[in-house]
Design a protein around this ligand. Structure first.
Ligand code: AP5
Ligand code: MG
Length: 189
């Protein structure tokens, strides 16, 4: 079973590309953001706690998230692949994911990162904000999400690079062009 992480700043196109890949290769798309938002909309106590962090654009603490990831990995062990979108997002989460994978006899196949300038990603998110209903798609919170990305998430790219597991993709082109680049580079594996 293949396991792929898709990295990128807010608005880089992680969700868009992960969905397309999942469809093409019959992989399961595991988006931490979507899983958290589902928990919020189901109105549970856990969901209420999560909402505060998402509304501010800061990372949800691991104690509210790890189990959600672990359960979804375990439930999909018979699939042809897992694609992680938005997870891991910190060194600590990279270690947690390593543990979850090894406990389930899995190994990371590869990680992709979608590169895009902040200005372009901001434009996309402001546009999406008109219709998405996402409480974090406004300029103030988007700026915060970028800060968190630079501080917490971007540094872990080195960790995957050092293990020769990181593929760089240009995220600024059209959805179709980005998808083609990903598929070409994934087929080399
Ligand atoms: P999350 O939901 O992961 O949000 P994000 O990382 O900020 O990224 P987005 O989902 O906004 O962007 P994307 O890269 O998926 O782009 P998309 O394809 O949608 O996280 C939200 C919050 O949840 C966090 O702030 C945190 O609170 C919490 N959270 C999540 N994971 C966590 C974790 N691991 N630990 C702790 N907390 C966590 O595209 C964006 C827009 O651009 C769309 O409108 C799309 O149609 C458009 N678009 C996409 N590609 C293109 C293209 N090539 N050209 C033009 N437009 C495009
Ligand atoms: Mg997303």
């Amino acid at each position: 079973m293949k396991t792929i992480i898709i990295f990128g700043s807010p608005g880089a196109g992680k969700g868009t590309q992960a969905k397309l890949l999942a469809k093409k290769y019959n992989f399961i798309h595991l988006s931490s953001g979507d899983l958290l938002r589902e928990e919020v909309s189901s109105g549970t106590i856990l969901g209420k706690k999560i909402k505060k962090y998402q509304d501010e654009g800061i990372l949800v603490p691991n104690e509210l998230l790890t189990e959600l990831i672990e359960v979804n990995v375990k439930n999909n062990l018979n699939s042809s692949g897992l694609i992680f979108d938005g997870y891991p997002r910190s060194i600590e989460q990279a270690n947690i994911l390593n543990n979850i994978l090894s406990k389930n006899n899995l190994e990371l196949t590869t990680a992709l990162t979608l590169n895009i300038e902040e200005e372009e990603a901001l434009k996309r998110l402001l546009l999406r904000g008109k219709t998405s209903g996402r409480s974090d798609d406004n300029e103030k919170v988007i700026k915060k999400r970028f800060q968190v990305y630079y501080k917490e998430t971007k540094p872990i790219l080195n960790y995957y690079q050092e293990k020769n597991k990181l593929i760089n993709i240009s995220g600024k082109n059209s959805v179709e062009t980005v998808q083609k680049e990903i598929i070409t580079k994934l087929n080399l594996l």
